[in-house]
Design a protein around this ligand. Structure first.
Ligand code: SF4
Length: 324
């Protein structure tokens, strides 16, 4: 039997859809209030939007063309025929509702697409968008990924996020009141964060009641504010070992019914300044899994959950759509 120590995305998709599902990253030409001057023109200190473009990004391709290329590749490479359209760049609930609807609808109408995943900020879910998303979530599998990054308001200010932890709390409450499936993006290793920050973030995330979590290390990407500060020796990055320890600490304090979407982040090689270890995704994943086995630990262990809980099907999946 497989040694399961975290609830991963594959097992979740198998429970929900009964088969393998792959996400197809799409570029929708979105903007962001932290870049267009509404909140700020500088963006978050760590953000270079080019680093989150889909791998096969070519400007000007329609959503349908991107899906044709992406789905064809996934089917050829992995023999998978079911997909989730994934808008991952900028703030993908920010914009004119009619235009958003047109993009989402095109992304959902492609053959084999069974759902939609959107990335957004906690402060970019106004009532009109939430009402629209609530209706959409009744018709398809919808997953809203919210950029939380940390619960520490001082660090949020330092990141120039231009939102607070209270905005985050309110965004998850609003999503869950509408039965919309959610996930939290978290950054580990930002300057000023410590082991206590990780513990506080894990507790904060538990209180949001999120359905999923994405973890990533801080990586320094070219043409960002944090790159200038890093080059000026204002701080040091954590080592890979420290990152692994912090990830495990976070997982141990995360309930076993939370889906772990990602354990590490990466930017394209040519945009990555540091740390170089962040480019070796498989090594990091192997080290995390190896270390968890060595310590005989698992997701939720520090909260008193047994390892077998991770294998149990989720009792209350926060969706009410049906694909069949
Ligand atoms: S990280 Fe997201 S919220 Fe921050 S500037 Fe980039 S696109 Fe905007």
């Amino acid at each position: 039997m497989e040694d399961t120590r975290i609830r991963n995305l594959n097992s979740f998709f198998r429970q929900v859809f009964g088969r393998k599902i792959y996400k197809v990253g799409l570029w929708g030409g979105f903007s962001c209030p932290n870049r267009d001057g509404t909140l700020s023109s500088n963006g978050c200190t760590f953000c270079n939007p080019l680093s989150s473009h889909p791998k096969s990004f070519v400007e000007g391709k329609s959503i349908t063309q991107q899906l044709t290329d992406g789905c064809r590749y996934i089917t050829w490479r992995f023999s998978v025929n079911s997909f989730i359209s994934y808008f991952q760049d900028y703030t993908t609930t920010y914009g004119d509702l009619l235009e958003l609807d047109a993009l989402y609808s095109e992304a959902l109408s492609y053959p084999g697409v069974v759902g939609l995943s959107l990335c957004t900020r906690p402060d970019c879910l106004p009532e009109s968008v939430l009402d629209y998303l609530e209706d959409l979530s009744r018709r398809t599998f919808l997953w809203l990924e919210v950029g939380v990054q940390t619960s520490d308001d001082g660090i949020l200010r330092d990141m120039n996020r231009c939102h607070t932890s209270l905005d985050t709390v309110n965004s998850f409450r609003a999503l869950h009141e509408r039965n919309i499936f959610s996930a939290a993006h978290m950054i580990i290793g930002y300057p000023g964060s410590t082991r206590e920050t990780v513990l506080a973030d894990a507790a904060f995330i538990r209180n949001t009641g999120t359905d999923g979590v994405k973890l990533q290390n801080l990586h320094i990407v070219r043409n960002t504010t944090i790159e200038s500060r890093f080059s000026a020796d204002e701080f040091e990055l954590i080592s890979m070992d420290e990152y692994i320890n912090m990830v495990i600490l976070f997982l141990e304090h995360t309930e076993p019914d939370v889906v772990i979407l990602r354990l590490t982040g990466e930017a394209p090689d040519k945009l990555t300044v540091a740390p170089q270890w962040s480019l070796h995704k498989m090594t990091i994943l192997n080290e995390i899994h190896g270390e968890m086995k060595e310590r005989d630990t698992w997701q939720g262990k520090a909260l008193g959950f047994s390892k077998s809980t991770i294998r149990e099907p989720l009792a209350n999946i926060r969706t009410h759509w049906r694909t069949d």
